[in-house]
Design a protein around this ligand. Sequence first.
Ligand code: HEM
Length: 578
Amino acid sequence: MPSSNILSTTKSSSSVVLQLIHVLSTLFRVSKPVLLATLLYTLFKYRHTAYGTTPRTDIPGPAGLPLLGNLIEMVRRPKQLNYQTQTKYHGIYGQIYAMTLPGIGRVINVTHPESLDHVLRVNFWAYEKGEYFRHILGPLIGSGIFGADGQHWKWQRRLASHIFNVAAFRNYTSDVFCQEGQLVLDYLCTVADRAGDQNIVDLQSIFYMYTLDSFGEIAFGQSFGCLKDPEQEVEFATAFDRLNTTLANRFNAPMWPLTDRWNGLLEQVEKDQKTIFDFAYSVIRKRRAFQQQKLENQEKKKNGEPGQSPSGTKREKKDLMQLFMDAHDENGEPLSDEMMRDTLLNFVLAGRDTTAQALSWMFYLIHRSQSSGDILRKLTEETDRILGRGAQSLSKGDGSPTSTSTSEPTIQTYPRYPTVGLPTYETTKNQKYAEACFYEALRLYPSVPQNIKICVEDDVLPSGHKVYKGEKIGWSSWAMGRDTKIWGPDASVYRPERWLTGEKASSSKFVSFHLGPRTCLGQQFATIEAITIMSMLFQKFTFELVDPDNEPSYGPALTLPMDKGLPIRVRRRLDPIV
Ligand code: HEM
């Protein structure tokens, strides 16, 4: 650039600065020197940190820009490399490092197991989800358990824990998983029998359908029907996915209140929210009407009059929704429609994507080209040994509908494949290798790859680092699963055997299901669901990845979806048990 140009550019920018100082000094009625001094002081104070964040030099981390902190790096970081970047920073700065962001403040990132155990369990009440979390996810989670704190969280937790601990509920869920698994088998049989290259399916989308339909049945007594016609789009699922993605992106885009408005996303959020809410309300209304009719019938019976069967069925509904409908909140009141809605949607969020994605990553890990085939062989052998010919089957063997042995909740099951041993709650408990494969996939590809809590009471971590009220603790289960200090030199190797020789899914090293009082309520549910479907699939099919040499990339979401799904070739097993 010629020197005259440089001179004129410098002149014009300094005149802009002078004009700005003039405007500000008039606006705030302070003299120009005072304003200039204040500006210089502010710039100096926040020379490495985001505006409003108290500077600290005792925690390492990537250098920030004056006033902006680490905003630019955060915004520019490729979304598909977010967790790798966090892992890289832990490699550079250690198990604890900090970043600052305008409007958010300091986020202390922790992969030190003892310190995380302290935050999530030992000093549980000093850390909350907080307004920040609720504000971002509000359109999806409302006042449901995921964003709740304090007493509001406590009663939801108590109620939900009770449900998950009821033995009949476990048997019931296990039966639903088999029933929906049959539909997956039916569909994959048609795919496997297609000629030539047509036997390819996106397994991740099949797992989404399987977990959503199972969950619909368990939660509302009504399947979403995705597996009835896997090629047909389900409006609820589409809106739910889009909303999930949009809200997840907000965590990595601190300017979202502005940008979402500019690019029309706020409007889309409202539309998707309406679709989801409409669905939830319609299910709630139907159930309330069902209950009302039941009450009227009881009244009629008492008076000796004939009653009409509610909604034309004699079936006693004892699903998750009924259990919440019969419950009372922390003030002893029945749950309002809004609270019912939030409860159901929080459970869909918890119960659908997490398990489907973990299954997809597990299928990828087992079938990718680096995999020796040993894992698949052991998995199939275990499945055959436990469920093979002659194993306990719930089938009547005549293809007629069966019902479970438990008195409540009751469900009508689909006709079974007569000679295949079907998984039950008890058999899945014995499939230790399958469980190890599932947990090992969750170690490397945790369905909730990152998380955050806010400190509400000054604290000191076991690592010695202070945490001040208002600061946030972030942790990446992805980075922890790959940390050689935690898992040893083979941390990045998919080795299910490590779970058979002492590792415990409840340890503070493995946080894929969270830790402490807020630990995942659905861990067992998810494990049984996953083992059920994987056993059913390995009994009947073999799989071959379309792209076995490349790791799938993940898409932006609250969880860890493969952004292009998992295309896989399906073939019938040549040595079938049937
Ligand atoms: C592989 C499957 C799953 C994984 C990896 C997983 C993981 C997690 C994680 C990391 C959390 C803590 C989230 C947070 O801090 O907000 C959590 C919470 C929770 N999970 Fe799961 N989850 C899975 C499946 C399920 C299923 C199937 C259900 C229910 C059917 C479920 C129900 C819940 C509930 C209710 C909470 C909230 C607990 C609370 O805040 O007290 N999860 N889960």
